[in-house]
Design a protein around this ligand. Structure first.
Ligand SMILES: C[S@@+](CC[C@H](N)C(=O)[O-])C[C@H]1O[C@@H](n2cnc3c(N)ncnc32)[C@H](O)[C@@H]1O
Ligand code: SF4
Length: 321
């Protein structure tokens, strides 16, 4: 239905929603602005209003993100509510607070965490305490049988870290999604390092594509890696190209910690918010997005799925079989 709506430009039918459960966070990563945004969260009854609205419009896949979801003491209730309503639930967490509540992820279908390189490199990107307990938590989650994807943000500090990360993933039993450091939106901060030329970055992404083809544990799709390897200017994460279309808003959407919805997280501050406590996305979404091309990790993957559904499905099937 999402695909039909996208191609026919009909009533929006997002199949995936990301709900940022809080902007608050225990860390201050160099490239992330989320902890400096509005610290107010929805109450559980308000979360229920939002979830019911998402469910009614057909959302199947619910991504719980932040900020850091584990700073919410009631995160177990939020996860439980999502599962009880029938969503496929994923959770993004830096895992530093995991040891305080190890059973909280028992009902989560898929865990995303962050791993930018070895201990020293990870700390350069994400701060002094950011590596504490993370590998232990990953080991425990994998041992429990949880599918786990580590997200590595590509910065000036970790271009030489891909091989080490891939070996670690092979040894420990998880996969890695690489994403470019994005700029120019409310939820991020910082600049791409001066020495990091577009040519070096394109070479890095082309190298990852070769690794993917040789069967290394890269969660990102080959199409996405090729998209990054041909990105012209990494200092521009998104732009409006009148000849292109974006599936945000029709295929997926983003809900911020106050219940305001946007086509995607990177349009926060650029698109008009729709308050899901009061309004219905399907009637209020104007149908357009401020940008139409981007190299932002999750959105670029989603867009490939909508632009090339057949080849993306075949690639996904190949990964499963
Ligand atoms: C916003 S965090 C939320 C979940 C959790 N706090 C964490 O760090 O894993 C989601 C993912 O976005 C990544 N991220 C943050 N700022 C970014 C940026 N400027 N560009 C690309 N990815 C970024 C983080 O590293 C993390 O993997
Ligand atoms: S990337 Fe995650 S852990 Fe780092 S500051 Fe942002 S929300 Fe916190």
């Amino acid at each position: 239905m999402s695909l039909v709506s996208y191609w026919a430009q009909g009533k929006p039918r997002p199949f995936a929603a990301t709900y940022s459960v809080t902007n608050r966070c225990n860390l201050r990563c160099s490239y992330c602005n989320t902890p400096f945004l509005d610290p107010r969260d929805l109450t559980l009854p308000q979360v229920e209003v939002v979830f019911r609205r998402l469910r009614r419009m057909g959302v199947q896949r619910l991504g719980l993100a932040g900020g850091e979801p584990l700073v919410r003491k009631d995160i177990g209730d939020v996860i439980g509510m999502g599962k009880d309503m029938g969503f496929h639930v994923s959770l993004n967490s830096n895992l530093v607070l995991y040891h305080r509540m190890p059973s909280v992820m028992d009902r989560v279908d898929l865990v995303f965490t962050s791993l930018d390189g070895d201990r020293e490199t990870h700390r350069k990107n994400r701060g002094e305490k950011s590596y504490d307990g993370v590998l232990e938590a990953i080991t425990e989650l994998v041992a429990k049988g949880k599918p786990l994807v580590a997200i590595a943000v590509v910065t000036e500090h970790n271009l030489d870290q891909a091989e080490g990360l891939l070996r670690q993933a092979e040894e420990m039993g998880f996969t890695i999604h690489f994403q470019p450091q994005c700029t120019d939106t409310d939820i991020v901060r910082g600049e791409i390092g001066e020495n990091l030329t577009d040519a070096r970055l394109r070479e890095f992404w082309a190298g990852l594509l070769e690794q993917k083809k040789s069967g290394r544990p890269i969660a990102s799709s080959a199409g996405y890696l090729a998209h990054q390897a041909s990105w012209k200017n990494f200092r521009v994460s998104s732009f409006h190209d009148p000849a292109a279309r974006c599936a945000a808003g029709r295929g997926f959407l983003y809900v911020d910690p106050q219940g305001k919805a946007y086509p995607c997280a990177y349009t926060k501050g650029k698109a008009k918010p729709i308050n899901l406590l009061e309004e219905d996305w399907q009637t209020a979404f104007p149908g357009t997005t401020p940008c139409t091309r981007c190299n932002v990790g999750p959105m670029a993957e989603f867009n490939l799925l909508f632009a090339k559904p057949l080849s993306s499905s075949i690639a996904a099937l190949r990964r499963i079989t």
